[in-house]
Design a protein around this ligand. Structure first.
Ligand SMILES: [Zn+2]
Length: 348
């Protein structure tokens, strides 16, 4: 009479044990001996909660690039994505038809970036926070800065995309999170230049000088420097961007930072003759940061190299692991590959 419930429980237990043994095998491959990962096991089937923050960026693509990044994350089936935006925005006009798609209510676009005292995202409700802010973004409220610091220090995830590394030059802890920054009057007081020489030597150069430059946007080669990191594992050693800016002469605290991949400006108007950091990871407290300097405009963000590294980097920042695969259309040393963005009709 009461056999049926026991059979159900038996099969449930069997399913759970099979699922967990599969995970363990897969996990060992990527993260050998990391005991802390075991604590995350029960959450593995829950969506990764991601928050994109934006509103003030000198790159006028930002209302569109936020939606592009959200759609890329949604399409993996791994993420649940929210957007939090400043009420007063800057440079939101070019792509204004994308503004309502964020579902954040009314915002007002201004001539100059303006401080928003009501910008108070609940970072702690998310596994990863993605910044689509840019150069000259107004400072966040102090309590929001502190909230991000505490969130990251206690094990949060943060992703800096392209000009997000221009933001907040005077916020020391932010600069520690991103490792390297550009522009905003940064110079030798903010930390060394970090780059690879043409001979493959990693250099930290404290010499005086300005910070942040780039040649014209163009297709350029990325060289993977750390091949066994979960984000880069399986990528070809060299691959091409789409038309993008090769950021150069970045500098910053660069503490607990690993340069995963570098870019070489081949435009003929390169500001440096060296390989500049493009993909980086930073340990900040117990938190994980993924920093990509790629992503100048929509054509850059359509790059399969951008999409793949962004998705893998975001998953890693959130969980310390990567399950997003390297796709078949990933670029090579000879071929730049791009997926034209098509907005999904079911967006609100
Ligand atoms: Zn740019």
């Amino acid at each position: 009479m009461k056999i049926l419930p026991y059979i159900v429980i038996y099969f449930l237990a069997l399913t759970v044990s099979m699922a967990s043994s599969t995970k363990t095998g897969w996990k060992d491959k990527l993260e050998t001996g990391k005991e802390t990962q075991a604590q995350k096991e029960p959450e593995r089937n829950a969506p990764i909660k991601a928050l994109i923050v934006d509103g003030q960026n000198n790159h006028e693509v930002w209302p569109k690039s936020t939606i592009m990044m959200k759609q890329y994350l949604d399409e993996t089936g791994l993420f649940q994505v929210d957007i939090y935006r400043t009420k007063v925005t800057w440079k939101g006009d070019r792509e204004k038809e994308y503004l309502p798609l964020a579902g954040v209510g009314e915002t007002e676009d201004l001539e100059k970036p303006q401080h928003d005292p009501g910008f108070t995202p609940e970072f702690k409700n998310y596994d990863v926070v993605i910044s689509n802010f840019g150069w000259q973004a107004a400072n966040w409220p102090e309590k929001t800065q502190k909230a991000l610091e505490e969130y990251m220090y206690s094990g949060g995830g943060f992703v800096s995309v392209h000009a997000a590394n221009n933001s907040f030059p005077d916020w020391l802890e932010y600069n520690k999170m991103i490792g390297l920054g550009g522009w905003g009057d940064r110079d030798e007081k903010d930390g060394p230049y970090v780059y690879y020489t043409n001979e493959g030597e990693l250099v930290r150069d404290p010499s005086p000088g300005t910070c942040g430059s780039h040649g014209p946007a163009h297709i350029f080669p990325i060289t993977v420097r750390v091949k066994d990191h979960p984000i880069t594992e399986g990528m070809p050693e060299e691959w091409l961007t789409t038309k993008d800016e090769c950021y150069a002469q970045l500098r910053g605290p660069a503490e607990n930072m690993t340069v995963l991949a570098t870019g070489k400006d081949v435009s003929g108007k390169a500001p440096t003759d060296r390989h500049e950091p493009m993909l980086m990871v930073v340990d900040y407290g117990k938190g994980r940061v993924f920093h990509t300097t790629l992503g100048h405009d929509d054509y850059s963000i359509e790059s399969v190299g951008f999409i793949t590294s962004f998705l893998r980097g975001t998953e890693w920042a959130a969980t310390g692991e990567v399950t997003v695969p390297i796709p078949h259309d990933f670029p090579t040393a000879e071929n730049s590959t791009r997926r034209e963005f098509e907005l999904k009709a079911d967006k609100q």
